[in-house]
Design a protein around this ligand. Structure first.
Ligand SMILES: Cc1ncc(C[n+]2csc(CCOP(=O)(O)OP(=O)(O)O)c2C)c(N)n1
Length: 366
């Protein structure tokens, strides 16, 4: 086990005290600890995190630290190759990467794909790395930081699942009991859709809740496509489906963290979306699936945002009353439509995960 406190001590010793990243379940104790730290930014996506860190280096001449899940390397690759690389601007960065799907550790198929090649990706990017499994690995990490400083280049450490912990416990969250939770909202939705409804649901607990509710209640109306990966791309997949399935209502079931990750997609949805495009945002102001860290969505006026990029209407649900009625009404409106449902945190315990992806895809396509 590694304590966040020990990891941060190594960084502090090297005069590193600026942090930016995207939350991840493997690094949950790190990002939760950092909420108490002054120089800490939660970025919309991992490419933005690398870029904010680059800007920090340009202004302070100091080395920043970036944290992310290995699936976020996909978002980070562009600035890592075309801006910070040794042969381009040569920017020293310290990456802390949560290693989902590390070989030998059981994980979900989508994580196993990325986990298997994570070291290869880093090698291809020319990024030296170490794996931190035990306390003594922190010495290697320390050496790498010195290498980054000397050679003005990004370096990384990989941390496997359940290896990082902290002495500080997370505070209990205050819940607004007037709001529905994710389960309330999704089950109400399932009782209002028709046979032709196609739901595309976002990464994390939303897809898992939807999958479980379908199974437990044997709801056969409509079909789902679970975005178990590709965080932030749910509305784009929905748009793609909606353009050529004009007789079906397409419901994009999004999260605030996911929507913000690739918010530019809203512009495309607003421009190209047709009557059947229905975007539902389950807004709990947090990355609940990976530990409840802030998404900063409380600063977003989704009404102004959606209407300004071409959505035809915006509706809001901010209490538990008449959920089904409101959801039915929303689905009757001609889109592209946007519905914000304010929800409280709190998901069903021990949620299992969608399995058999090929069957899910085939059933959706039928
Ligand atoms: C590119 C990428 N970065 C990070 C993650 C880790 N991750 C999985 S779910 C999730 C949180 C999603 O937040 P939100 O959309 O608000 O939904 P909630 O968890 O609150 O239901 C994160 C950060 C990921 N899967 N992919």
């Amino acid at each position: 086990m590694i304590y966040v406190e020990s990891l941060l001590r190594v960084l502090k010793k090297n005069n590193i005290n600026f942090f930016v990243g995207v939350p991840d379940s493997v690094l949950k104790s790190l990002s939760n600890y950092l909420t108490k730290v002054k120089n800490h930014i939660i970025a919309s996506n991992e490419g933005a995190a690398i870029s904010i860190a680059t800007g920090y280096h340009l202004s302070k001449s100091k080395i920043p630290c970036i944290y992310m899940q290995n699936s976020g390397l996909g978002n980070a690759i562009n600035p890592l190759l075309s801006v910070t690389h040794k042969n381009v601007y040569s920017i020293p960065l310290i990456l802390i990467i949560g290693w989902r799907g590390a070989p030998g550790i059981s994980d979900e198929p989508q994580h196993i794909v990325t986990g298997k090649i994570t070291r290869q990706i880093l090698k291809t990017l020319g990024i030296k790395y170490c794996v931190i499994d035990k306390k003594k690995d922190l010495m290697k990490f320390n050496q790498l930081i010195k290498f980054a400083r000397l050679n003005k280049t990004p370096v990384a450490c990989l941390i496997k699942n359940k290896k990082l912990t902290s002495k500080i416990k997370n505070p209990n969250k205050k819940l607004n009991n007037n709001l529905p939770n994710k389960n309330d909202a999704i089950s109400a939705l399932l009782y209002t859709i028709n046979d032709k409804t196609l739901i595309v649901s976002t990464t994390g607990y939303t897809s898992r809740e939807l999958n479980k509710l379908r199974r437990d209640n044997k709801i056969l109306k409509g079909k789902d496509f679970y975005m178990i990966g590709g965080m932030g791309h749910t509305s784009s997949v929905s748009l793609g489906v909606s353009l050529y399935k004009k007789k079906n209502n397409i419901i994009c079931l999004d999260g605030d963290g996911s929507l913000i990750m690739h918010m530019g997609s809203l512009v495309t949805n607003g421009f190209y979306g047709k009557k059947n495009f229905k975007h539902i945002l389950l807004n709990n102001y947090s990355h609940e699936s990976v530990g409840g860290q802030k998404t900063n969505s409380e600063n977003v006026n989704f009404k102004k945002l959606a209407l300004s990029v071409g959505y035809k209407n915006y509706s809001i649900i901010n209490n538990k009353n008449n959920l089904k009625k409101k959801l039915l009404l929303f689905q009757k409106k001609d889109g592209p439509s946007f519905l914000e449902i304010k929800i409280k945190q709190g998901s069903t315990k021990n949620l299992d995960r969608p399995k058999n992806f090929l069957k899910i895809k085939e059933s959706f396509m039928k």
